[in-house]
Write a protein that binds this ligand. Structure first.
Ligand SMILES: [Zn+2]
Length: 234
């Protein structure tokens, strides 16, 4: 009897996952009024993915990409699968960051979760562009993908929201090992903070001290990186 119950629960969970993925994959990306800061129902995370896909599709000519939000069997935030030309946003990772951000007041919680989902999405788009166009990336591809995601989050304080929330995670979670191709959490944070400060040092002047002597070079970093990505995808 108990086995039947377990099997039923597993089956229902599988059906819900399939239905959820199908909904997202088949959905017309046509949300008109959804803003990243709207107080959306957190059960509807695909809505912010839809918003992100629509936004990036309006900037770049992209076809035949499948986006899925689903549980991943790995401790990753998302991935791009070249063989199927699909981007996967890992639902287990989204749930993980929601757990960490739950202490935030609702408005900040929504901003943080939304900005993080968009960051993951745009990071995976960068890997996809690299694959589709065989981009001549010089340096670490993960850091280049982070830069692309950050550049696409500069509007509406989204990168700022992402980093403010991300900062809370740094000391609480075990870090990326130094040998990994991904930067450590602190390197990730400061690399992107420098981009943000370089983009608009007046608005984000409060970060000058945190960036120490790198602050004066962030304007150059921002211009160099944004020009490089523009030329790569021109
Ligand atoms: Zn990556």
């Amino acid at each position: 009897m108990i086995f039947m119950k377990i099997i039923m629960i597993v089956l229902v969970a599988a059906m819900i996952t399939i239905a959820y993925n199908q909904t997202l994959v088949n959905k017309e990306f046509s949300h008109k009024s959804l803003l990243p800061y709207s107080n959306i129902d957190r059960d509807e995370d695909d809505a912010i993915v839809t918003y992100g896909v629509k936004k990036i599709s309006s900037k770049y000519n992209i076809t035949n990409v499948t986006i899925k939000v689903k549980d991943c069997n790995e401790s990753i935030a998302g991935k791009y699968v070249p063989t199927s030309k699909s981007i996967i946003i890992c639902k287990n990772f989204i749930n993980y960051i929601k757990y960490y951000y739950k202490y935030l007041k609702l408005e900040d919680y929504n901003k943080s979760v939304n900005a993080t989902i968009l960051f993951i999405l745009y990071h995976e788009y960068a890997h996809m562009f690299d694959d589709l166009y065989d981009l001549p990336i010089v340096g670490n591809e993960e850091i280049a993908a982070d830069q692309f995601a950050a550049l696409n989050l500069l509007d509406d304080y989204m990168l700022y929201n992402y980093l403010e929330a991300y900062k809370q995670l740094i000391d609480d979670t075990s870090d990326i090992p130094a040998w990994d191709e991904h930067p450590t959490y602190r390197q990730h944070y400061y690399n992107l903070l420098c981009l943000l400060y370089g983009y608009d040092s007046d608005t984000y002047s409060k970060f000058k001290g945190e960036l120490h002597d790198r602050a004066e070079r962030c304007d150059y970093e921002y211009n160099s990186i944004s020009t490089a990505w523009s030329e790569l995808l021109d």
